[in-house]
Design a protein around this ligand. Structure first.
Ligand SMILES: Cc1cc2nc3c(=O)[nH]c(=O)nc-3n(C[C@H](O)[C@H](O)[C@H](O)COP(=O)(O)OP(=O)(O)OC[C@H]3O[C@@H](n4cnc5c(N)ncnc54)[C@H](O)[C@@H]3O)c2cc1C
Ligand code: HEM
Length: 347
């Protein structure tokens, strides 16, 4: 809970902090990477930094949290916190790093807002930051412990066993553990972070949904090549497509992610996806098919055309094996279809 004194200050300064959030985010990351350049090697996603939209997420979430503390003090934004904590865990973020982020964020707020940041204002925003930080650290500790890992041990080496072409732009990697340690089971809908070595010797993390239920010692994920269309091509998806082959070794985190299948309640399930967004849906359908689920299941999927529909053979086989499942597809290029979808629509 925020102290009464800080609540009044936060209420009064939320509009000005909110109005300058883009500037604060830019200044925060400049400061963070100037003081801790090592965070650009394997921790922060440089594509997100260049693209801009994701850049405001961290600082923006502190403002969202402050707003919730002021407006609904008894209700913390649990969905936001859980999503962030899973993302952090998939990157092996450690409690000590919260001080580093704190210093850069408070520095940025003072730099952008200047004299408006009196000692009283600074103290109130410190309080918000540490309330959020301790909440995240606590949730992350629970997530690491449930997985049986520590921040330093989320990474595992995997051999690429198969590389399967799905469409012109998507490939599926089937990977197998390189040692005989047990595979940490995944929940349907979860993702792994792939730690990609770059030609300049640094590493870049990217998340990929597990696109099939785990099978023994192996896991599967599916990668769409990102074409720049005037901007740079996607760094990691291009490397995965062009340079990673059967027999190579990849470094993957154990699975994380809080958007997971809830089939225990026995309610009907509706999945809606477009393009490469099929990957977590395919993972969940695969789980339902292996479990022999009798639930009513509807998949709604949109794509460019049938040829562009990644994982279509696997998905249609799983749908066919489920007694009460159907698939309704929308293709931008028209309703031409060779595969046995329940309904196909143009558009
Ligand atoms: C939870 C989660 C699950 C995911 N699951 C999947 C999945 O199953 N399959 C899948 O294919 N993807 C998935 N993704 C997306 C994936 O993590 C990557 O973001 C994706 O592969 C692109 O990474 P990249 O390195 O190829 O592109 P990046 O190099 O990160 O580029 C991303 C974008 O930034 C633009 N950009 C880069 N540099 C600049 C610049 N200087 N100026 C302007 N724009 C620039 C690029 O043009 C591109 O559009 C998932 C993401 C999340 C968060
Ligand atoms: C209170 C403190 C923090 C808040 C409020 C916060 C908030 C966020 C939010 C909202 C996201 C985006 C989540 C998503 O895309 O789903 C994010 C991602 C991320 N956070 Fe944090 N975070 C905090 C602390 C930290 C710390 C201490 C680190 C470690 C240095 C860190 C590193 C990252 C990284 C690497 C990402 C992935 C984003 C990317 O690479 O673009 N965060 N955080």
């Amino acid at each position: 809970m925020l102290s009464d004194k800080s609540r009044l200050v936060i209420e009064a300064t939320l509009p000005v902090v909110g109005a300058h959030i883009q500037e604060i985010a830019d200044c925060f990351y400049r400061r963070l990477f100037d003081t801790h350049p090592e965070l650009l090697d394997g921790v922060f996603n440089r594509g997100n930094q260049a693209e801009g939209t994701q850049k405001v997420a961290l600082a923006g979430s502190v403002v969202a949290f402050a707003t919730a503390l002021v407006n609904t003090p008894d209700q913390l934004p649990e969905n936001l916190l859980s999503r962030v904590a899973h993302k952090h865990a998939s990157l092996g973020i450690e409690p000590d790093q919260y001080k580093v982020v704190h210093d850069a964020l408070m520095w940025a707020i003072a730099d952008v807002l200047g004299d408006a940041v009196t000692p009283e204002v600074a103290a109130a925003w410190e309080e918000v930051y540490w309330l959020m930080a301790y909440t995240l650290i606590h949730i992350e500790r629970g997530i690491y412990s449930a997985r049986g890992v520590r921040p330093q041990t989320v990474w595992r080496q995997w051999d690429v066993q198969q590389k399967l072409r799905e469409t012109d732009d998507a490939v599926t990697f089937v990977v197998e553990r390189t040692d005989d340690r047990l595979v940490k089971t995944s929940l349907p809908g979860q993702y792994v972070t792939v730690q990609m070595p770059l030609p300049d010797g640094t590493r870049q993390p990217r998340q990929y949904s597990l696109s099939r239920a785990d099978k023994g010692q192996s896991r599967q994920f599916t990668v769409k090549r990102v074409h720049g269309a005037g901007k740079p091509d996607g760094v990691c998806s291009t490397l995965l497509h062009d340079t990673v082959n059967v027999g190579d070794v990849l470094t993957l985190s154990v699975p994380f992610g809080d958007v997971t299948l809830d089939d225990a309640a026995g309610r009907p399930l509706v999945f809606a996806s477009a393009g490469i967004g099929i990957t977590p849906m395919a993972g969940m359908l695969s789980h339902l098919a292996s479990a022999g689920s009798g639930l009513p299941i509807v998949l709604l999927h949109a794509d460019h055309d049938e040829e562009s529909f990644a994982l279509r053979q696997q998905v249609l086989t799983d749908i066919a094996s489920l007694p009460h499942a159907s698939i309704h597809a929308w293709y931008e290029q028209g309703a031409d279809s060779l595969l046995p979808a329940t309904r196909v629509f143009p558009g």
